[in-house]
Design a protein around this ligand. Structure first.
Ligand SMILES: Nc1ncnc2c1ncn2[C@@H]1O[C@H](COP(=O)(O)OP(=O)(O)OP(=O)(O)O)[C@@H](O)[C@H]1O
Ligand SMILES: Cc1ncc(CO)c(N)n1
Length: 264
């Protein structure tokens, strides 16, 4: 059994954040653990409030996991502010886990900021270099690189820039493109594309969380980075195809669509 850790925010409505990560880990046959950095009161329609954990509480949770259990992979999601980023960076430098996937979460679907804009610099300087795989969507990549990303050439240039900034591999996600959902991977040497036709659905709450935690699980299970991304892309595509019409807004991805009796 591989042990996977998510360091992220809690989505009480169960579709994104820690909850999506743990469901993804379970669906991959891995043992999921969580360090809660913020408690977000949110649902499929809106974010009501965000309560950040004290940095010492974040540090204690990370110590509790690492002093006791072998960690085979880590996914980092929502880190709301500079203090939370600094403590996570310090602790991961101390414990040096392999296969860290960083999803640089900035906005919820409805547009609410999940990362304070003034923390962008710390994200770039302290969190980004920890990434074995960095998984920005297009607006996040624009914020990180300070460049507009419109053409395919812009996407390749942005991926190269984020590689130079210290991430080992960059997966620039295409959920925000028009047309096909094409994700672009850059490993410092070559580009790979992972494409699926766009699924017509409003139920896309937690797609990014699902993808990044599936990549972390696949890496821990021994796949190479391109293989881990290819399988994670298949997983998230199935989870969107069978997404659940729960709630009044963007329904959540479905992690158990292949299991008998609980098809969405
Ligand atoms: N409608 C869709 N049809 C098919 N694939 C999609 C669709 N929307 C998103 N994806 C895929 O889902 C994955 C997550 O991408 P996306 O760009 O939506 O992430 P995100 O914006 O970070 O998500 P989140 O809403 O969780 O923050 C990518 O592989 C993307 O190509
Ligand atoms: C806690 C949390 N993390 C990430 C996202 C992005 O999907 C969200 N909506 N909520």
């Amino acid at each position: 059994m591989k042990n996977l850790l998510t360091i992220a925010g809690s989505d009480c409505s169960g579709g994104a954040g820690i909850q999506a990560d743990l469901k993804t880990f379970a669906a991959h046959g891995t043992f999921g653990m969580s360090v809660i950095v913020s408690v977000v009161a949110e649902n499929t329609e809106r974010v009501i409030s965000i309560c950040d954990m004290a940095p010492s509480t974040v540090a204690d949770q990370i110590d509790a996991v690492f002093e006791d259990i072998a960690v085979d992979g880590v996914k980092i999601g929502m880190l709301s502010g500079t203090e939370q980023m600094r403590i996570v960076a310090r602790k991961l430098k101390q414990y040096r886990p392999r296969g860290v996937v960083v999803d640089p979460v900035m906005l919820a679907k409805g547009g609410c900021a999940l990362m304070q804009p003034e923390a962008l610099r710390t994200l770039k300087e302290e969190i980004l270099p920890l990434a074995c795989v960095l998984t920005p969507n297009i607006p996040e990549a624009e914020a990180i690189t300070g460049r507009n990303i419109i053409t395919p050439e812009d996407r390749r240039a942005a991926a190269k820039l984020m590689f130079q900034m210290g991430a080992e591999n960059i997966l620039l996600k295409g959920g925000h493109l028009s047309g096909e959902a094409e994700d672009l991977l850059f490993d410092g040497g070559r580009f790979y594309t992972f494409t699926h036709k766009r699924i017509e659905t409003k139920n896309t709450h937690g797609t990014g969380c699902t993808l990044s935690s599936a990549i972390a699980a696949n890496l821990a299970l021994g796949l190479s980075v391109p293989e881990a991304v290819r399988e994670a892309k298949e997983y998230v595509t199935g989870a969107i195809e069978h997404a659940l019409p729960i709630g009044k807004g963007h329904g959540p991805t479905n992690h158990f669509y292949f299991m008998k009796g609980i098809r969405g």
